[in-house]
Structure formats: structure tokens, C-alpha cells
Design a protein around this ligand. Structure first.
Ligand code: NAD
Length: 471
């Protein structure tokens, strides 16, 4: 099961090698802890193998395709781009494999013992590991972290077959791009796949049950994405209740309540993810699991069982790899007896990598009003940003929500919400502003490089002081 078969007790045993689990292993090992990590598949988890990394790699292919398609606007003449999908998928895999190799090497270098098998929790911080061939072994730790992650949710009437009905897991294994695609669920995953496939040439329909796609995202940002999707002929149907589908020929017909039947070659079900707590053997252990399958923890990620923690997608916190990292650090600091500050989940960074990209932190305008704040907002369009004009990508908005001061200018920044070019790379300033509870006046003192995309954030903040430069 591992190279280190004789040793059975560790400072820390971690079940699950995704961002939460490997984050805890790397951070803990860097602080000198002796760590065992139990993983049933490959270290890296959903994020590396079936999530963030392959998705963003394919979205980058879409970016390159768009760029080449628009090259003649720069006087760069080339023939119209065509897609060699085999090469696209091979490059995606090459990036994933490279990162997997790097992560495996890093764990080894930090002397983390990686066991291959499914871990279940037993009494006294003991973990039983069952390998694929049925072999079992038992190890124990002074502490245990449960980090077994999540899997895609499915919906009745849409059984996943890997050919016509897919989840994000299967999309990354496609050997050809479907001509007509229905994406059920217009959340982060749905919008990323819809955007990527449409840019690569598929005919895409989003079927979202709620009245708007990207629920929870600021309305002005959602409107930017909607306008762009519509302009690129992505059919967005909101309030769409899917009833089932009837396969026929090479594809299937989707029945939608009160709407025409939709004929497509593939259906991508992206209606959220569910925690993978079933295989952990938690019944009767003292670790509570809620009715949705999330392991219950307090703000320090402590379960009801002394010395047993849970982090990442397994608990009911934002399902983001970087939140898993933060929770990993939070737990390791406690094990080291250091000051540990709980994660402020209302102020984590959200990034959605569709075209146009979406990035935000803190309260949306509506959420700020609902929370009782007297707010002032400003919206800056990319059309006024020199760098955006230079790169030829002016779609989107930078919106800042601040507390309104008695003189009508902005005070503390409550939220930064953006859509547009490379905003996922630009959110850092907004993230620090909101989390440091910085005021508009304080941030306006700092200088932005010119010309740069980040100037729009600076300009937007400056305008909330009641004066501005270029806008
Ligand atoms: P989600 O919860 O973000 O969105 C699911 C969407 O499906 C919602 O809009 C919901 O209203 C809709 N829906 C649910 N049931 C439906 C039905 N029967 N018919 C039509 N629509 C239905 O979930 P997701 O997009 O699948 O993402 C899952 C998780 O992965 C989330 O935690 C997300 O934060 C994370 N994720 C994040 C990113 C990112 O931040 N870039 C990218 C991918 C995934």
C-alpha cells in the first residue's frame, strides 16, 4: 500500500488528496509534522484531474481560438482557425499530468507518506485503508483530517452514460466536440462549459431552473455575461424545468416544461456538487453529517469528535479549491498550537473563467442593501481603459460597492464585482481592500500602473472619493 508499510502512527492522518488534503499535507509537513495521506485515486483530486485545471486549460484553448479568429483586426492575416480537438485534449492532459507529477514529487520531497486506498474513520483517530484489491491496513494519528471532497450532483431522468449525458467528469474525456449541447444549470461550471464549447464551435443552450444564470452574482455583472452569451448565439433559457429526455439517432430530445423540445447531441448536467461523505464510515463515530451529506464542523473546522477535522468540499463552505487551502492552513495552525483565525467565508474570492471572465469579492449591491448598509456604487466600463482598447477586449464592468458617508462620498469598500478581460487575475486588489476593510480614501492614495487593466479598479475607487481623473 505504501513504501513505508511498517509505520502505523503519524502526527496527522489525512483522508483525501485534493486541494484541502494535499494542502494540509504540504503545509503541515513544511512545519515539521509527520503526515500520512490516504487517497483512493490520484493526489490532486477533482481540482487537478476533473475540475479547475482541465476546465481552465480548455477555456484557454477557446481564448486562443478567439484571438486567432480576430487577428485580422490587428493586420495579422491568417486562414480561418480550425480545431484539432485531439491536440486540444492532449494539451489539456499534458498540463494536468505535469502538475500531477510536480505535486507527487513535492509530497515525496516533504516526506508525506501517501497510501493508496479508501480511508474510513474508526475509533480513537484510527483510519482503516482498503486498497482496490481488498487489502486492508490500519494507521492512526494524533489528529485526523477528513477531506474526501465532492462529486457532481445528478438529476432524475438524466442518468449519466458518458456518451449523451455527461457531468463535468465526462466532459474532460470527450474525444470529439459535440455539435449541439444542452447545459443544464447555469452556475459557474455551466457557464464555463457553455462559453468554452460555444467558442470552439458547438451550438449551446443553457437550461437554468432559476430566473437568472449565475445566482448570487451581482446583477450588473450577470447582465454583462448574458449580453455576451446572447451575442455569441448561446441560447440562455431561464426558468427552464427539464422533465427528461428521449435518446434517438446520435443524440437526444430534452423535454422542457412549457417549452419546445430541444434536440442535442450531448447534455452536460452541471447542477452543483454533493459531498462525498458516504465512504468515510462516519455513522456512529461522533462525526455528524447533515441531511445533504455535509460533515458538520464549527468555525475552526472541528467535527464533534476530538482531534478530527473536516475541510474542503466535504463541509458546507464555498466549494472552491482556495477555500480548501485556507481551511487546511487553519487546521494545521491549531495542531501546531498557533493562533488560528477562522475563514471569513463572506469575503472569499470568486472567479469564474467564462468569456467574459467574472471575479468578485464581498457584498453585491443587493446583498449590501439587504444587510442594511447605506451604499454608494460606481460602475466603470472597459471602453475607457487604454489597455483594454489595446488588447481589443472592452466587454464588461468594474463595479465597486462602498458604505456611503454623510457627505455622499464612499467610505469602507464592501464589495468589488468585475466582468471583463483577465478580471480573475485582477481581483487581488479588491480582495485585499474588502478583507482589510479599507476605505475608498485609503486605496485612492495608491498608484496604478499606466496603461494597465488594473487602472479601472483605481479609477473606480478614485471616483468614489467624489473626484476622478479619466472618467
Ligand atoms: P452551482 O451551484 O454554482 O450552479 C448550479 C446551477 O444549477 C444553479 O444555477 C442552479 O439553479 C441550477 N440548477 C439546479 N438544479 C437544476 C435543474 N434541475 N435544472 C436546471 N438548473 C438547475 O454549481 P456548479 O456550477 O455545478 O458548480 C459546483 C461547485 O463547483 C460550486 O461549489 C462552484 O463554486 C464550484 N466551481 C467553481 C468554479 C469557479 O469558481 N470558477 C468553477 C467550477 C465549479
Amino acid at each position: 500500500m505504501s513504501d513505508d508499510a511498517l509505520k502505523t502512527h503519524y502526527d496527522l492522518v489525512i483522508i483525501g488528496g485534493g486541494p484541502g488534503g494535499y494542502g494540509a499535507a504540504l503545509y503541515g509537513a513544511a512545519a515539521g509534522l509527520d503526515i500520512a495521506l490516504v487517497e483512493k485515486d490520484k493526489v490532486g483530486g477533482t481540482c487537478l484531474h476533473r475540475g479547475c485545471i482541465p476546465a481552465k486549460e480548455l477555456l484557454e484553448t477557446a481564448h486562443v481560438y478567439r484571438t486567432v479568429g480576430h487577428a485580422s483586426a490587428f493586420g495579422v492575416e491568417s486562414s480561418a482557425p480550425t480545431l484539432e480537438f485531439g491536440t486540444t485534449m492532449a494539451r489539456k492532459q499534458q498540463v494536468v499530468d505535469g502538475l500531477f507529477k510536480g505535486l507527487s514529487g513535492l509530497l515525496k520531497h516533504r516526506k508525506v507518506t501517501v497510501f493508496s486506498g479508501t480511508g474510513t474513520l474508526m475509533a480513537d483517530r484510527t483510519v482503516r485503508m482498503t486498497a482496490d484489491d481488498g487489502d486492508t491496513a490500519v494507521i492512526s494519528g494524533d489528529a485526523v483530517i477528513l477531506a474526501s471532497g465532492s462529486v457532481p450532483r445528478t438529476i432524475p431522468g438524466f442518468e449519466v452514460d458518458g456518451k449523451i449525458v455527461l457531468t463535468s467528469d465526462e466532459v474532460f474525456e470527450l474525444d470529439q466536440l459535440p455539435k449541439r449541447v444542452a447545459v443544464i444549470g447555469g452556475g459557474a461550471i455551466g457557464c464555463e462549459f457553455a462559453s468554452m464549447m460555444s467558442d470552439l464551435g458547438s451550438e449551446v443552450t443553457i437550461l437554468e431552473a432559476l430566473p437568472q444564470i449565475l445566482p448570487g452574482v451581482d446583477k450588473d455583472v450577470v447582465n454583462v455575461v448574458l449580453r455576451s452569451f446572447k451575442g455569441r448565439k448561446i441560447d440562455v433559457q431561464t426558468g427552464a424545468m427539464v422533465k427528461g429526455h428521449t435518446p434517438g439517432g446520435t443524440g437526444t430530445s430534452i423535454e422542457i416544461e412549457g417549452a419546445d423540445t430541444l434536440n442535442v447531441d450531448a447534455v452536460i448536467v452541471s447542477v452543483g456538487r454533493r459531498p462525498l461523505s458516504d465512504s468515510l464510515g462516519l455513522a456512529g463515530t461522533g462525526v455528524a453529517v447533515d441531511e445533504r451529506g455535509f460533515v458538520e464542523v464549527d468555525e475552526y473546522c472541528r467535527t464533534g469528535l476530538d482531534g478530527v477535522y473536516a475541510i474542503g468540499d466535504l463541509i458546507a463552505t464555498p466549494g472552491l479549491a482556495h477555500v480548501g487551502y485556507a481551511e487546511a492552513i487553519l487546521v494545521i495552525k491549531q495542531l501546531l498550537g498557533e493562533d488560528a483565525i477562522p475563514v471569513d467565508y463572506g469575503k472569499v474570492a470568486w472567479c469564474i473563467y467564462c468569456q467574459p471572465e467574472v471575479a468578485f469579492v464581498g457584498l453585491s449591491e443587493q446583498a449590501a442593501i439587504d444587510a442594511g448598509h447605506d451604499v454608494i456604487t460606481t460602475k466603470h466600463r472597459w471602453g475607457g481603459n487604454s489597455r483594454a482598447l489595446i488588447i481589443g477586449d472592452t466587454e464588461g464592468v468594474v463595479k465597486i460597492i462602498a458604505e456611503k458617508l454623510p457627505d455622499g462620498t464612499g467610505g469602507t469598500v464592501l464589495g468589488v464585482h468585475m466582468a471583463g478581460p483577465w478580471v480573475t487575475e485582477q481581483l487581488g486588489q479588491g480582495y485585499l481592500a474588502v478583507n482589510w476593510e479599507a476605505s475608498v480614501e485609503e486605496i485612492a492614495h495608491f498608484i496604478q500602473p499606466h496603461p494597465s487593466l488594473s487602472e479601472s479598479f483605481g479609477e473606480a475607487v478614485l471616483s468614489l472619493t467624489g473626484r476622478s481623473l479619466n472618467s
